[in-house]
Write a new protein. Sequence first.
Length: 256
Amino acid sequence: MTDPQTQTPAQNPVAPAFVLIRPQMGENIGGAARAMWNFGLDRMRIVAPRDGWPNQRAIAMSSGAGRLLDEAGLFDTTAEALADCDYVFATTARPRGLTKPVMTPERAMEHARALCAEGKKVGVMFGPERAGLENEDIVQANAIVTVPVNPAFASLNLAQCVLLTAYEWGRQTTDTPPEVMEMAKTEVAAHVEVQKLADHFEERLEEAGFFFPPEKAANMKTNLRNLWSRMPLTKADVQVFHGMMRQLVRWKNKSE
């Protein structure tokens, strides 16, 4: 069995260890490894896997996260896997009749981040696919993590639960803006470029007799200027609109 105090240099000592308790399917172990590595977590521990270890199905499912499986700690009991942890979370969907804090994954990973920042060792337990963690496992935890799912169908796949928890860890530890604009090799048009586009359209529309009757022309031009200023145009957009207008003029001249 692996000594929980011994970590390979490649592992991240400031991240929590995800502890899979008696997992049944190699595919779920591999899926869990993949989900962990998606969000920068690489400390996996496995307790008494049903189908033994190593597991070829886990390796196949892990895709590019096989290193986590190579470095995973293997343990006989839950107590051994948690021996070096200062604080432990237990994931479960069912009420257990135990007096413990019950947290969402978001709150749990926020608390985990604070503990890890203090140098504490944190573990997060995930139960086997069939029935989840037993009470004898959960009593060893400091807090319970419950995902707010449909109460009529609360069962989560092991790898899915790991993914949700790992996502919250990643979200708590990265400063990702909620929305960005993908500029696709262009940039926002400058104010003067939009004004020149408005001038171009106004000039051509004037030639085409669009601003009619004369007493409404000023208001029509104001509305068009306001339309251009509201549009989040890129430099590429401005070039396209100029090109459209030039082509319409060429087509008109050719047809005359």
